[in-house]
Design a protein around this ligand. Structure first.
Ligand SMILES: C[S@@+](CC[C@H](N)C(=O)[O-])C[C@H]1O[C@@H](n2cnc3c(N)ncnc32)[C@H](O)[C@@H]1O
Length: 451
């Protein structure tokens, strides 16, 4: 018995290169469009749109089936979605030009497709062809690089409400032929659409990558584009066991993008951290390497009784100052330019925070930092570390493991660490009641108390 009035299945089965498949014919865009049309009509509770494995008829794809009547559609495109929803799903009248009900032909095609598919897989297996999933993994830098280049050149803003390659090329002052190739790739990736010679942003790219959108994330993502260059040095960094020298000319812009990137990443996490740590009994906070000040700002907003002090590098403090001033919290947040690894950290703090800091440093540097942070705490004060936390065998979670390499190519001696390591360093520093607090997202808190 269906829990829905109507259940629609759209084939999204990926196939090896050379074997026809519904996704290769655009079924993912159909699925997305159908979903949106259903939601736009407020029908999500009664009409369920579901992905499906191969239904054997991909040569006629994109294929979809509508239940309870079991009616099949073929050659469906995103532009057909509204009509299918209106005519068929809402009014019970199939869209005849797309309907396919020749059961004998369908059966024959399904058998033939199955044989072709199995033969293709067997032939590739015998020839020792690299499987598609490995190839995809190896080439995954290509779409990533296209997006990063588009962000660096502000292509999505230049596309705006619709533009040709010539117009985009003129706006971003780049070669028109090459811009056309990049725009076509962005269409293939699914971040632009193309109609004639006009390119348009998808809802996602218009929302997140275009200047003027309230959710524009480009500023923060430019840091990811900067990091790309470091990742190209990974082979040499692994050989040497250390990062390669930085391009000094890039440092100032790099720092601005870095702090903006951190601020974007922490937007949804800062209020979570305030809730997780609480403001009870907290009056003085030391925010080591506070960057954009986003965590201090969240605490200061949570209680007018709280005063925060942010210690960061001299080249970062002017940027921090701008963020704090913009938040209107200069009276509650003071700034100190310095080096947390060598400076006296002060004393009497109820909370010392290390948000996204420990991964920059070696084990020895962290142990020493925890010891000095402990000395800066008032009785009953807490040290809170927020970071990507590795599993005990250090092979997961994937983001934390990959981030360790990000530190190899980007810092002198940084890495991701495990909960066991953080807990041991806290206990060695004289902190007690060490606990891990899970946050929504890729990082967690480890908190210890000074007794
Ligand atoms: C990864 S960011 C984290 C920023 C901020 N805590 C956040 O989570 O958004 C690291 C911060 O530590 C600062 N930093 C790095 N080394 C430092 C040092 N030796 N002393 C003080 N600050 C440092 C950087 O300038 C940067 O602001």
């Amino acid at each position: 018995m269906e829990p829905y009035r109507i259940h629609v299945f759209v084939c999204t089965q990926q196939k090896p290169e050379g074997v026809s498949s519904c996704p290769a014919r655009g079924s993912l865009a159909v699925l997305d469009r159908l979903d949106k049309e259903v939601q736009a009509r407020g029908l999500a509770g009664e009409i369920q749109v579901t992905t499906s494995g191969c239904m054997g008829l991909c040569d006629e794809g994109p294929i979809m089936v509508v239940y309870p009547e079991g009616l099949w559609y073929r050659h469906v495109g995103p532009a057909d979605a509204a009509e299918i929803v209106d005519r068929h799903l809402c009014n019970g009248k199939p869209v005849e030009r797309l309907a396919w009900n020749d059961a004998a032909a369908m059966k024959a095609m399904s058998v033939e497709h199955g044989e072709k598919f199995r033969a293709a897989v067997a032939a590739r297996e015998k020839a020792g062809v690299l499987p598609d999933h490995l190839m995809q993994m190896i080439r995954s830098y290509m779409p990533s690089r296209c997006i990063l280049t588009a962000l660096e050149l502000d292509v999505f803003t230049a596309v705006g409400n619709g533009a040709s390659a010539e117009q985009v090329g003129t706006r971003i002052e780049a070669n028109v032929r090459a811009v056309g190739m990049l725009l076509n790739a962005l269409v293939a990736i699914g971040l632009l659409t193309k109609d004639g010679d006009q390119y348009r942003n998808t809802p996602d790219s218009a929302r997140f990558f275009v200047q003027g959108s309230p959710h524009n994330r480009r500023g923060g993502l430019l840091h990811t584009a900067d990091i790309w260059h470091r990742w190209s040095t990974l082979t040499e960094a692994v050989r040497r066991g250390a990062r390669l020298a930085r391009e000094e000319a890039e440092v100032e812009e790099w720092t601005r993008n870095f702090i903006a990137g951190m601020q974007h990443n922490a937007r949804d996490r800062a209020p979570q951290v305030v809730r997780a740590l609480g403001t009870g009994g907290v009056r003085r906070i030391l925010d080591l390497g506070g960057g954009s000040g986003i965590y201090s700002i969240a605490f200061a907003k949570a209680s007018p009784e709280i005063h925060c002090e942010i210690l960061d590098l001299p080249e970062v403090v002017p940027l921090t100052s701008d963020y704090v001033r913009h938040a209107g919290l200069s009276a509650q947040i003071s700034l100190r330019a310095g080096d947390m690894l060598h400076d006296d950290l002060g004393s009497g703090y109820d909370l010392v925070m290390l948000n996204a800091i420990c991964h920059m440093f070696s084990e020895e540097q962290n142990k020493d930092l925890f010891r000095r942070a402990r000395q800066a705490l008032a009785p009953n004060g807490r040290l809170a570390v927020q970071d990507f936390i590795l599993n005990p065998d250090k092979t997961g979670p994937q983001q934390a493991v990959l981030f360790s390499l990000n530190m190899l190519v980007g810092t002198e001696a940084g890495a991701s660490y495990s909960e066991r390591e953080y807990a041991a360093w806290m206990e060695a520093a004289g902190l007690t009641d060490v606990q891990r607090i899970h946050l929504v997202g890729p990082s967690d808190l480890i908190v210890g108390r000074a007794r």
